[in-house]
Design a protein around this ligand. Structure first.
Ligand code: IMP
Ligand code: MG
Length: 217
């Protein structure tokens, strides 16, 4: 074996009670009030949406240059699943936007992060697909779309995993939506509360005691 450990040296999981990782997952699960969308339904819907996106992008022609722009951190799991269902040649450029600092559950205004910004100086001739986790107030997608438009791409499309049913964004332009959800704070499948719970495989609502009163640092 050229790298990695011999299989026999990989620790095997012990009984549940003695496995610290499992105990942590159990504790995290206690914070869940309700599973809104299970992992199976998410996977099925991503495959269906990817078929639609692939058909649209393939329609641009064999020589179309495609750039996917995931907005981190929340979209990382969604985009990983989505692009593996898109059988197209593409480049990926990561950017990061923060709007829900710390333990806040309402937007505090979207800001493009300078630390993680892989945008080129020009996107001329490229067809761009911006991918975000959730459309809430619309500030993030508006900010990113404006920034991208200034780089003069051939076209811009937007895609979100979730869209909240809020009157303010009823007419907000977005090309692809995986799921419409009620207007409540959700975590899992990449979405966080205070940077936790991103690794929950389902999209869930937390118990109200867990969502502390807002203390933004
Ligand atoms: P917007 O700019 O208000 O549309 O919010 C978009 C960003 O806020 C998303 O990319 C998320 O990071 C975050 N956000 C909005 N709603 C939620 C939620 O219910 N749970 C976790 N993060 C959220
Ligand atoms: Mg977030």
């Amino acid at each position: 074996m050229p790298f990695g450990r011999e299989p026999s040296s990989i620790p095997q999981p012990g009984p549940l009670s003695s496995n610290p990782a499992t105990a942590t997952l159990a504790r995290m699960k206690q914070d869940i009030r309700e599973v809104l969308i299970g992992r199976g339904a998410i996977a099925d819907r991503i495959r269906a949406l990817a078929d639609q996106i692939a058909a649209d992008l393939a329609g641009l022609g064999d020589n179309a240059e495609i750039t996917i722009i995931p907005i981190l951190t929340g979209s990382f799991i969604f985009v990983a699943d989505l692009i593996r269902e898109l059988p197209l040649k593409m480049q990926i450029r990561l950017i990061s936007v923060s709007s829900y600092p710390g333990m806040s559950t309402t937007s505090k205004g979207a800001r493009l992060s300078e630390q993680l910004n892989q945008l080129p100086t020009s996107l001329t001739g490229r067809h761009v697909l911006i991918v975000d986790d959730i459309l809430d107030s619309g500030q993030t997608l508006r900010l990113v779309t404006d920034v991208i438009q200034r780089l003069e791409p051939a076209s811009v499309r937007t895609c979100v995993l979730l869209r909240k049913q809020r009157p303010e964004i009823k007419h907000f332009p977005v090309n692809y939506v995986c799921f419409d959800i009620p207007d409540e704070f959700v975590v899992g499948f990449g979405l966080d509360y205070n940077d936790y719970y991103r690794n929950l495989p389902d999209i869930v609502a937390l118990r109200s005691e867990v969502l502390e009163t807002e203390t933004v640092s």
